[in-house]
Design a protein around this ligand. Structure first.
Ligand SMILES: CC(C)(COP(=O)(O)OP(=O)(O)OC[C@H]1O[C@@H](n2cnc3c(N)ncnc32)[C@H](O)[C@@H]1OP(=O)(O)O)[C@@H](O)C(=O)NCCC(=O)NCCS
Length: 147
């Protein structure tokens, strides 16, 4: 049975994270993982996580805490070779459970480009509902899941 874990990005695994790629038609929906790693390293908002399956990095995401204590998830990338095998659903479920178990967590938020139908249906199936808010100059819609 394959074991999925969320792990810190370290000197040992950052290259595997940086090597993750999406399908050509998906590149408009996300930045390169190297860009996300720089956001995490040089900014003060985001924390990176490597998503591993049986010890191999198959995905990446990052998380942060907003002023209202909402937990945000961003930069979700599952390597093209590993997509459609339940990794994103499993990783997000783990992360949501982790956040919602924290005493001060009012809910979890994320954003996506409205025509990213794969992400939209994944997030909707996990209980995220669009709020009418947008980010990135209106490019992405915000969806939230309340505790
Ligand atoms: C969106 C993405 C993260 C999904 O990751 P994944 O591990 O392949 O997703 P899962 O296998 O866990 O699938 C969960 C659900 O997502 C949806 N989904 C995933 N891939 C899909 C696709 N190609 N088309 C339609 N729906 C899709 C489905 O609802 C699926 O549930 P189902 O299998 O019961 O139908 C992945 O396709 C990806 O990395 N895309 C490029 C980057 C991106 O868009 N990230 C999100 C930015 S907001």
């Amino acid at each position: 049975m394959s074991v999925l874990t969320l792990e810190p990005v370290t000197a040992a695994n950052w290259r595997e994270c940086a090597g993750l790629t999406v399908r050509p038609e998906q590149t408009e929906y996300v930045a390169a993982v190297t860009y996300y790693l720089c956001l995490c390293f040089y900014g003060s908002t985001w924390q990176p996580l490597a998503i591993t399956r049986s010890g191999t990095v198959v995905g990446f995401c990052m998380w942060g805490v907003d002023d209202d204590a909402s937990r945000w998830i961003g930069g979700l990338v599952i390597d093209s070779a590993a997509q459609r095998t339940g990794i994103a659903r499993s990783a997000l479920t783990t992360l949501i459970e982790r956040f919602e178990a924290e005493p001060d967590c009012p809910g979890v938020a994320l954003s996506y480009t409205p025509d990213n139908t794969a992400a939209k249906s994944l997030y909707a199936s996990l209980g995220f509902r669009e709020t009418g808010e947008t980010v990135d100059d209106g490019v992405e819609v915000v969806a939230r899941r309340y505790v």
